[in-house]
Write a protein that binds this ligand. Structure first.
Ligand code: PLP
Length: 436
């Protein structure tokens, strides 16, 4: 049986349900089947040879590709406006792969300081052990990226809506500066799916922790890297040796050449054929299935997340016991202008606040919550809360914590899709308890 794909759409609501899959060719199954297998039977030896030689793309072994994971990859590429994607076992793996795909020992990248704590650790410590230097610059000054760049700089890296400061990154400005000197911008768009498409603004690569809003139900760790197909790696051959020089691990393939017949996918093809092959970290088929279930309702959920978050931010900002609230809806000046220009349809569902009564009151507040979960996660359909200084950011130095905007009394909230009255009622009773 063959089932033609649904008509292509530019609307995320339709993409989230239809891109990359119509129905199973053998059974007609509409839901994406879970291909829980390690390996795939070859038709004959010639078929096997063609697959290994990349003369034909197809399933070999689930570490490298899998049909269930493939649907998620296609859907995420369509959602972000890219040409192809690679799903991996976690957002951390996606971040690591996105950079390592371009870097060898002795190379460097330039990154915004406003990053998830795990990315800071990976960049400042683990990549350093492998000889990759990460130069951190203040995202408020796009020119800082240029100033920190030299001939061994392979990419720039930043987050669209980094918590806890929640100041939108100047994607278009920085991407344009990078393109002028042949440096690609990689964006972590974890906190702003649907709201922002960094590839449309000039980024070359987008990654997500699908663990968060995309999966959305708090049940599967995962990550994805989307290749924008919009960066000419061959035009800057000296800057990207991993893509432009013969690869001894693949019969001397030059990835920009090998990928050409397949489309502008050299970056993501090399990530799959080399990094995923050698370092592992594939997304499990079952996790891809669960992530696809989440993705189907992502556009609707984002609407509710954002609507609830605006109401909560306004409530907190008017509360007598609260010193400050951080949410783009409450920003003004340049930060707000950038949020309005970059985020479409809402300001995201992360926010933070500082209690007037200080850090101890912050702890009491979290312990008094009854609806919100106290967890190290964001982007769940449920409302979540945490005290970053003692948890998610605790492995950073005090200096690194302050640089990323984590003060000792800061409480972070990820607003869910429950009824707004119940969310505010829980916050109200916990705030009362925190000052008692
Ligand atoms: N990027 C951002 C912005 C995150 O918040 C996280 C995790 O919290 C990650 C990357 C890492 O993702 P994962 O936990 O799926 O490895």
């Amino acid at each position: 049986m063959t089932f033609p794909p649904a008509p292509a759409s530019s609307h995320p609501e339709t993409i989230a349900l239809h891109a990359g899959w119509r129905a199973d060719a053998t059974t007609g199954s509409v839901a994406v089947p879970i291909h829980q297998t390690t390996s795939f039977q070859f038709q004959d030896t010639a078929h096997a040879e063609r697959l290994f030689g990349l003369a034909e793309l197809g399933n070999i072994y689930t570490r490298i590709m899998n049909p269930t994971v493939d649907v998620l990859e296609q859907r995420m590429a369509a959602l972000e406006g890219g040409v192809a994607a690679l799903a991996v076992g976690s957002g951390q793996a996606a971040t690591a792969f996105s950079v390592m795909n371009l870097c060898s020992a002795g190379d460097n990248i330039v990154s915004s300081t406003d990053l998830y704590g795990g990315s800071v650790n990976l960049f400042a410590n683990t990549l350093k052990q492998f000889g990759i230097e990460v130069r951190f610059v203040d995202p408020a000054d796009p020119q800082g990226f240029v100033a920190a760049t030299d001939a061994r700089t392979r990419c720039w890296y930043a987050e669209t809506l980094p918590n806890p400061k929640l100041q939108v990154f100047p994607i278009a400005e920085v991407a344009a500066l990078g393109r002028a000197i042949g440096v690609p911008l990689i964006m972590d768009n974890t906190a702003a799916p649907i709201l922002c498409r960094p590839l449309d603004l000039g980024a070359a690569v987008v990654m997500h922790s699908t663990t968060k809003w995309i999966g959305g139900h708090g049940n599967s760790i995962g990550g994805v890297v989307v290749d924008g197909g919009n960066f000419d790696w061959a035009a800057h051959a000296e800057r990207f040796p991993t893509l432009n020089t013969p690869d001894p691990s693949y019969h001397g393939a030059i990835w920009t050449v090998a990928a050409a017949p397949l489309g502008p996918i050299a970056y993501i093809l090399r990530m799959r054929t080399c990094l995923l092959r050698d370092l592992g970290a594939p997304m499990a088929p079952f996790n891809a299935f669960l992530t696809l279930q989440g993705l189907e309702s992502l556009p609707l959920r984002i609407e509710r997340h954002c609507a609830n978050a605006i109401r909560v931010a306004a409530y907190l900002a008017n509360h007598a016991g609260i010193a400050s609230v951080t949410h783009p809806s409450l920003q003004d000046g340049e930060a707000r202008a950038r949020a309005d220009a970059t985020l479409k349809g809402g300001y995201g569902s992360l926010m933070g606040f500082e209690l007037k009564a200080g850090a101890e009151a912050g702890r009491r507040f979290i312990e008094a919550l009854r609806l919100f979960y106290h967890v190290a996660n964001i982007g769940d359909s449920r409302s979540l809360a945490i005290h970053p200084a003692t948890t998610t950011h605790s492995q950073l130095t005090a200096e690194q914590q302050m640089a990323s905007g984590v003060s000792p009394g800061y409480v972070r909230l990820s607003i869910g899709i429950e009824h707004i009255d119940d969310i505010i009622a829980d916050l109200a009773q916990a705030l009362d308890a925190s000052v008692a």
